[in-house]
Design a protein around this ligand. Structure first.
Ligand code: NIG
Ligand code: FE
Length: 413
């Protein structure tokens, strides 16, 4: 018989349902149980329900009393730039003083600044910093994190970043999903030669990334003055032939057509979308692309938020993620993100939960394994300090996660 854990007498268990992203109105529908329990066996959810006849055999020391607490699926942060060298506090304050993100980038700051520090850092240094951040993310209920490369932009450093992600995945509880984002900026060596840089990635770097199974997704910063829609289409089309699943940084600074491209390519997700057009929104909804919104980035850039309400009303599947990175948003605060989503982006609390669990899981192509509390799913679970999920937006900006369970093991609390 396998190892069992019983979470009993939860004031509330609340979860979206299903094995795929929830679109439009479906995002607001959550299954709720009161005074209910969850039986976990061998790291998976075996049963969920009220007054169970099951679970009585579980020894006292393997039971968690959740009376007075709300229980939810573990949170999925489906867009981060977790592994990087150095920090950029000065740039943050320059932006607050009125300089734009693109002004700073065009003056040699921005991504290239972090690229230099990442090239210089050792694998151990990069891992130690990322490990610190992961511990804090886990404490906020995040049990799965997507992590992008893209601060190397040369062969050795891109591979180094991806190896760090792989090492970290094996050495702490948070599950990491690796994304290759070599096309994050044109590095100084290729200034004015973006096309050549893409060919370099396609022919010299990505075949080895694929061969060594160092990344599951390929992403690109499709943006004015970075990579055009045509360049992004070419990169992603070739990436798919090599076996990568697709993501795209779309319409973050200007409305360039990245969300339309995501629809055309049936990408797994399109991310940022601050300036997604109506046609882009339709393209994502019709082609079942997860629309990943990153409210803390808009907040830290002092930009208007993405049109979450309109996207959901148009039938999109919205996911929420932090975009944690040293530049445009140096935060992985899930409580802040939920507050912004509900207060400023007019998402309901229920939609925010779906966005952070099942739709986040879909954004990393894991909706069949994680993202809900249903029999058969991996037991990734958070227990809140309060009796209702409504406290997540209401206790604004405060971490109310008390316990975290990853693959059936208590890892926080
Ligand atoms: O998702 N937009 C491109 N990449 C990151 C920012 C990276 C950086 O500024 O270092 C983002 O916002
Ligand atoms: Fe990003």
């Amino acid at each position: 018989m396998g190892k069992k854990l019983l979470i009993r007498n939860a004031a509330q268990i609340v979860t979206p349902e299903g094995n795929s992203a929830r679109f439009g109105k479906e995002m607001g529908k959550l299954k709720q149980y009161e005074d209910a329990s969850i039986l976990i066996e061998d790291g998976k959810i075996a049963a969920v329900g009220k007054d169970p006849s099951w679970g009585r055999e579980v020894p006292e020391e393997d039971q968690i009393d959740a009376s007075g607490k709300a229980v939810l699926p573990g949170f999925v942060d489906s867009h981060t730039h977790l592994v990087f060298g150095g920090y950029r506090p000065d740039e943050f304050l320059w932006r607050m003083g009125g300089m734009s993100y693109m002004d700073i980038m065009n003056r040699g700051g921005g991504i290239v600044n972090t690229m230099k520090a990442t090239r210089e850092a050792s694998e151990e240094e990069l891992a130690a910093h990322a490990m610190d951040h992961l511990k804090n993310m886990l404490a906020m209920g995040v049990t799965t994190v997507e992590a992008k490369s893209g601060y190397g932009q040369d062969y050795d450093t891109e591979m180094k970043q991806l190896r760090v992600t792989r090492t970290l995945n094996a050495s702490q509880p948070v599950e990491l999903v690796s994304t290759f984002l070599g096309a994050h900026a044109v590095p100084p060596e290729y200034a004015g030669r973006g096309d050549d840089f893409i060919e370099f990635l396609l022919h010299k770097v990505m075949p080895d990334v694929a061969k060594q199974h160092l990344a599951e997704f390929c992403d690109v910063f499709c943006e004015k003055d970075v990579f055009s829609v045509e360049q992004s289409r070419h990169l992603l089309t070739e990436a798919r032939k090599m076996g990568f699943k697709l993501k795209i940084h779309a319409d973050e600074i200007v409305s360039l057509g990245g969300s339309e491209l995501a629809g055309e390519l049936h990408a797994t997700s399109a991310d940022h979308l601050l300036h997604a057009s109506d046609a882009g929104i339709r393209a994502m909804a019709e082609n079942k692309v997860v629309s990943t919104l990153l409210p803390t980035t808009a907040f830290c850039l002092r930009e208007p938020f993405a049109r979450a309400r309109e996207m959901i009303d148009a039938g999109c599947a919205v996911a929420l993620a932090t975009d944690f990175n040293p530049g445009s948003g140096f935060t992985f605060s899930v409580p802040l993100m939920i507050g912004l989503a509900v207060i400023y982006m007019h998402m309901s609390a229920e939609e925010a939960i779906t966005a952070l669990t099942l739709n986040g899981a879909a954004a990393v192509d894991r909706a069949d394994r994680i993202g809900t509390i249903e029999p058969g799913k991996q037991a990734d679970i958070v227990i809140l300090h309060y009796p209702s999920y409504k406290f997540l937006p209401y206790h604004t900006g405060i971490n109310i996660v008390e316990k975290v369970i990853k693959k059936g093991e208590l890892v926080v609390g």
